[in-house]
Design a protein around this ligand. Structure first.
Ligand SMILES: O=C1C[C@@H](O)[C@H](O)[C@@H](O)C1=O
Ligand SMILES: [Co+2]
Length: 298
């Protein structure tokens, strides 16, 4: 059994209001989103585009519902912009997270990323870094991670489809060339499965570096369609690439077993962006919560 004092469950607002495709869920309010998270039985959340920017206002709304911010996505541009520009934005971001009581920041390198490009085929046009870019990325992450620790926050790196760190070899190199003191892994089951990397192998390999987990499932038939029809990441999201754990093709039993056996501490956060008009967010949140309880006892 997982220890309930060490492992907490969260859910991302992206199922209610999608930051990457703002028309998805534009009718859903912040209040509805956080109330439904609580109603479904989650106690953690990340940040969405409709969340109040003022930490005091946000905290009051979340406290009333028993919800805590556990992480927020940060886009770094270490490979394409001067380090100082990323550092300035990062500092503001970690200060906000500190004010919210979060302990994790999730960084994704967006230099050269195609994840947000509406018409760029996700399986064909991913950028591959040259040596100098690897140096800029890994050195920059070590510096940002050291800085985050001054605010009591651990930097976790989010591997992601369409970014410079997507495939297994890229994650491996990033882990090898960053300092474990300063850089950990944000393990996202869905993004590994999407690029045909076995999420079970990855959790076994990196369990010592994982400090945040995104529980994301994929619909294999949609991923196949994205590949065959040369679609973009966002076109895939609209078609239903992602869903909640237990509703797609990833087998979570052994993944949960590895996390439990290695005494994982931190959040496991359901993150399943899909069209809320087709997949009711509360219904899917309850579905996810029920599945996690059944599989983990949490
Ligand atoms: O962590 C994430 C944040 C989203 O904005 C992103 O596109 C999604 O797929 C993800 O894994
Ligand atoms: Co994720």
């Amino acid at each position: 059994m997982f220890d309930k004092n060490k492992v907490k469950l969260g859910i991302a607002p992206i199922a209610w209001t999608n930051d990457d495709l703002p028309d998805l869920g534009k009718e859903n309010t912040f209040e509805q989103c956080v109330s439904e998270m609580a109603l479904a039985g989650f106690t953690g959340s990340e940040i969405g585009n409709k969340y109040p920017k003022d930490p005091a206002v946000l905290k009051k709304a979340l406290d009333m519902r028993g919800i805590q911010i556990c992480n927020a996505w940060f886009s770094s541009f270490l490979t394409t912009k001067p380090y100082e520009e990323t550092e300035k934005d990062f500092l503001e971001h970690v200060q906000f997270l500190q004010a919210m009581g979060a302990k994790i920041v999730g960084v994704s390198e967006q230099g050269h990323s195609i994840q947000g490009m509406q018409d760029t085929p996700i399986f064909e046009q991913k950028y591959v870094m040259i040596e100098e870019e690897w140096r800029l990325l890994t050195e920059g992450l070590n510096k940002l991670g050291k800085l985050a620790l001054e605010y009591g926050i651990s930097l976790t790196f989010h591997h992601h489809m369409g970014t410079v760190v997507q495939n297994a070899d890229e994650v491996e190199r990033l882990m090898q060339e960053t300092d474990p003191q300063y850089v950990s892994l944000l393990y996202d089951t869905g993004h590994f499965a999407y690029c045909n990397v076995n999420p079970l192998e990855m959790v076994k390999k990196y369990i010592g570096r994982i400090k945040h987990v995104h529980l994301k499932d994929i619909r294999q038939d949609v991923v196949d369609k994205v590949k065959e029809e040369h679609l973009s990441f966002l076109e895939g999201v609209r078609l239903g690439t992602f869903t909640v754990p237990g509703d797609g093709c990833i087998s979570f039993d052994e993944i949960f077993a590895v996390l439990k056996d290695h005494d994982y501490k931190g959040y496991m956060l359901v993150e399943a962006e899909q069209d809320p008009a087709k997949a009711n967010p509360l219904e899917y949140a309850i579905k996810a919560r029920t599945y996690i309880k059944e599989k983990t006892g949490l």
